[in-house]
Design a binder for this molecule. Structure first.
Ligand SMILES: CC(=O)N[C@H]1[C@@H](OP(=O)(O)OP(=O)(O)OC[C@H]2O[C@@H](n3ccc(=O)[nH]c3=O)[C@H](O)[C@@H]2O)O[C@H](CO)[C@H](O)[C@@H]1O
Ligand SMILES: [Mn+2]
Length: 324
């Protein structure tokens, strides 16, 4: 594997990233409600909130604030990692996700794909990657099954960040392999901690969110707690923040397993529990977790599509049963 570390990075970018690695602001010093700015989509006059109640950007890729963020020179040297877990027959999604990422995911940036797979040979010959991109294949001995892997991914992620990723990139994102980028995704997603709204619960009242209701579980969320319901298909941030999150979630999962308890939505439940206590600094709109289904809201631009959830809702993908 060739390392891209340090190549072409400006002093300004180095300083910016150093500052970004500073310790977290304690939750109790979080800014209070700062009002809700809005973006209006030209097409149909729909109004989209662009800020969370705690002042974090709520990102629609074409909103003024996103465009402004993208223009920030300071991100130019950022190195970004994308962790992809592909076990068993989910390996067939890899090629599609990676080719779409080459087209749309932070093009021209330093991007390393960390592919954790039980079939390392499947990526041979490897994809033709852009000049600033690299692939790191990490063989893992895991059994297939989303219900099992949903309880393993956080631990795998924590170990890998600590051992390797932390030394190689600034930001790390974890993405479900059963997805594809369908439009540009740029630096607007780079936050200390970035989480994506689950489209089925966007704009819905708090009481319908599928937070864990079993009070024996470490993922339990009491009535009245929580702002949004986040998806487990795409999240990320600075390595140090994602490491803290993955370590905390895997500990919650282990504690539950020790008691024979399992949160209903698996990793997603623990992620949501964690994000209630540690609100994300960047919240991605359903543009970044989208599929065709009556329950999913229309968005100005569809950027990241979940093929798996699309297949689950309709039984096939655009009529192509072989994709599902
Ligand atoms: C198909 C399915 O029932 N999906 C459920 C699963 O969606 P999710 O989209 O959360 O799960 P998923 O089936 O996409 O699995 C998560 C990720 O684990 C990896 N992976 C999973 C299984 C496997 O055999 N190999 C592999 O590599 C892969 O990166 C995949 O994208 O969980 C959600 C809650 O969290 C809901 O309950 C969904 O209904
Ligand atoms: Mn998925």
């Amino acid at each position: 594997m060739t390392h891209l570390v340090g190549r072409g990075r400006s002093v300004i970018a180095e300083n910016f990233l150093r500052e970004k690695r500073m310790p977290a602001v304690p939750a109790n010093s979080m800014p209070m409600f700062s009002g809700v700015e809005q973006m209006r989509s030209g097409m149909d006059s729909k109004v989209f909130p662009v800020m969370t109640p705690w002042g974090a950007p709520l990102v629609w890729g074409d909103s003024k604030s996103s465009v402004c963020h993208i223009d920030k020179f300071s991100h130019q040297g950022a190195r970004i990692g994308l962790v992809i877990l592909a076990i068993g027959n989910y390996n067939h999604y890899l090629q599609r996700l990676m080719s779409s990422a080459e087209l749309y995911f932070l093009p021209k940036f330093y991007v390393t794909y960390y592919v954790l797979t039980d079939r390392p040979g499947d990526l041979n010959p490897p994809l033709n990657l852009g000049q600033t991109r690299e692939l790191c294949i990490i063989p893992v001995a895991e059994m297939p099954g989303w219900d099992r892997l949903g309880l393993r991914r956080m631990a795998l992620l924590a170990t890998l960040i600590k051992k390797q990723i932390n030394l190689e990139v600034d930001y790390i994102f974890c993405i479900d392999v059963d997805q594809e980028f369908t439009n540009p995704v740029g630096t607007e997603i780079l936050g200390k901690m970035t989480a994506t709204l689950h489209p089925l619960y966007y704009g819905k009242p708090r009481h319908v969110y599928p937070y864990e209701s079993n009070s024996d579980s470490q993922a339990y969320v009491a009535m009245g707690e929580g702002d949004y319901y986040y998806s487990s298909e795409f999240y990320g941030g600075l390595c140090s923040k994602v490491l803290a999150m993955a370590q905390a979630c895997s500990l919650l999962i282990l504690k539950d397993q020790d008691k024979g308890v399992r949160a209903q939505e698996l990793e997603e439940s623990y992620l949501n529990r964690y994000l209630i206590n540690h609100r994300p600094s960047c919240v991605l709109s359903p543009e970044y977790n989208w599929w065709e289904s009556p329950g999913v809201p229309e968005v100005p631009t569809q950027r990241l599509r979940s093929i798996g959830r699309q297949c689950l809702s309709t039984g096939n993908y655009k009529g192509d049963a072989s994709v599902c």
